[in-house]
Ligand binder design. Structure first.
Ligand SMILES: [Zn+2]
Length: 303
């Protein structure tokens, strides 16, 4: 199944020609979820030939400009290009006022429906759910209210072991129950246990987004065993003090979180514009967690 992350912006604070500010597009079982929308995100969609009209849900981590200044512009362009379908927007308190003020003051008139789902400070829990996907939000440790998000595939159904089932001789009408995990007794009194005639479905996969945040082990229960973890790494070890003061992380701290969470892979990002490349970040992270990659604008990660 299709579950991938497009990095639209990998830089911190200031957009540059090499790095846009934070935005990730997650394509997940025909759903398209945008996490954060820094300035210029709509241009990144065009640059990487992605379709912003197909976005179903937007999750905003926090209200710092490099995570949200692109949102009013993106919504405005969606409307100019004829969007009519509703858009769900999830994020912290103040988000609705910020966006509504901008759209109202510029006098757009009728707008397609914006369905805001505002999270109180400290919230953790499910913010969206359908038959394929659930999105969980959880608090990060930053200078203002900030949320991380975890996108989780719903558990896959058990699959029939056809040879084992055929050997039981019971009617095929029991297959659905057995796949659901129920044991059955047929009209002739034959008992068949689900575990004997089915095999587990493929493991459900997940992606976690953690930016912006200082190093905190409080997030570990929310990201445990994640398949792909994005954790900000604004700074290298030389600027650990600055990371602490500004509510950000170093690459080594991000790697430590990935290790403790038993993540399978780690993406570093939100690199400070003071760095010309991410080699030092990767070197410092790899000492702690081997399976680490650096975000680049336009990079795609399959989950
Ligand atoms: Zn921030």
């Amino acid at each position: 199944m299709d579950f991938k992350v497009f990095i639209l912006g990998s830089g911190a604070a200031i957009p540059t020609l090499q790095r846009g500010t934070t935005a990730h597009l997650i394509s997940c079982f025909q759903r398209n979820i945008l996490i954060d929308c820094g300035e210029g995100t709509q241009i990144q969609f065009r640059r990487f030939r992605l379709k912003f009209q197909k976005i179903d849900i937007i999750c905003i981590s926090h209200l710092h400009g490099d995570h949200v200044f692109g949102l009013a512009g993106l919504l405005s362009t969606m409307q100019l290009m004829g969007r009519t379908s509703a858009l769900r927007i999830i994020g912290p308190e103040g988000l609705k006022e910020l966006i509504s003020a901008q759209l109202d003051l510029v006098g757009h008139g009728d707008f397609f429906p914006l369905d805001f789902h505002i999270l109180p400070a400290g919230f953790s829990g499910v913010v969206y759910e359908d038959k394929c996907l659930a999105i969980h939000a959880f608090p990060l440790a930053h200078r203002i209210t900030t949320f991380g998000y975890r996108l989780m595939e719903k558990p896959n159904k058990r699959r029939l072991d056809k040879a084992a089932f055929d050997a039981t001789g019971v009617s095929v009408s029991y297959i659905a129950k057995l796949i659901q995990g129920d044991d059955i007794t047929d009209n002739e009194g034959r008992v068949v246990r689900s575990a004997d005639v089915t095999i587990p479905g493929k493991p459900a996969k997940s992606y976690a987004f953690c930016s912006d945040t200082a190093y905190t082990t409080a997030i570990l229960p929310h990201i445990q065993d994640v398949d792909l973890l994005y954790h900000e790494a604004t700074f290298t070890n030389a600027f650990a003090d600055r990371a602490f003061k500004t509510g950000h992380s170093t690459a080594a701290q991000a790697a430590s979180i990935a290790l403790k969470a038993n993540a399978k892979r780690l993406i570093l990002g939100h690199f400070s514009a003071r760095y010309d490349d991410e080699e030092q970040h990767l070197a410092e992270a790899k000492v702690i967690f081997e399976n680490v990659f650096a975000a680049k604008d336009g990079a795609v990660f399959n989950i």
